[in-house]
Design a binder for this molecule. Sequence first.
Ligand SMILES: [Fe+2]
Ligand SMILES: [Fe+2]
Length: 252
Amino acid sequence: MSGINYTDKIPNNVNLAGDRTLQRALEHWQPNYLQWWQDMGPDGSHGFDVYLRTAVSVQPDGWAHFDHVKMPDYRWGIFLAPQDGQRKIHFGENMGRDAWQDVPGEHRANLRRIIVTQGDTEPASIEQQRHLGLTAPSQYDLRNLFQINVEEGRHLWAMVYLLHRYFGRDGREEADALLQRSSGDADNPRILGAFNEKTPDWLAFYMFTYFTDRDGKFQLCALAESGFDPLARTTKFMLTEEAHHMFVGESG
Ligand SMILES: [Fe+2]
Ligand SMILES: [Fe+2]
């Protein structure tokens, strides 16, 4: 399993155990996430074993593990693609300089906004799709839906890790707010319009995975080029999971 310890509360390849403050903050966020999953995640799905893919490493030859798991027991982990010490910024005023390993002060607000906006779409899509399990055309479709849902949940974790690790107190507040907004809510909606629309049926879901996830892929491809290296490495690995989401749209 490439050094990922699944007995950890939060499986990770970012040496969480080496940063107790960060670990504690994330372990504090975790029960709130699980409560959100309980309240807003896939409707009526809690008691059943589902055959699911779980990310266990970032190695191309063995990054996933398949097994039956009850979805609330899914191990949402934090995985970044390995650091390439030579990575440079490829564009803009800072082109040619070393990629940033920490958030540069002058770009802090914009980077936080980008990460929050990306992070907000992940739980939003789970909320949009939460009733679809009740009308799945087949067990195959149901499994694909749940696979996508747990992975969007992991993408939320990916963004929350960045907020906690690199943005201090306001990052932690933003991470909390990601569990407070909700799709279509009149008072506290998700950030982007598309994520407040209803996904009332499976045709809408296939359209979502065909078009919206494709848009998401281009968005992630752009973030994977970010001059802020931890964001680039996080999104690079998210793209590995995203391929299956578009496959569901295409084949559906
Ligand atoms: Fe995602
Ligand atoms: Fe996706």
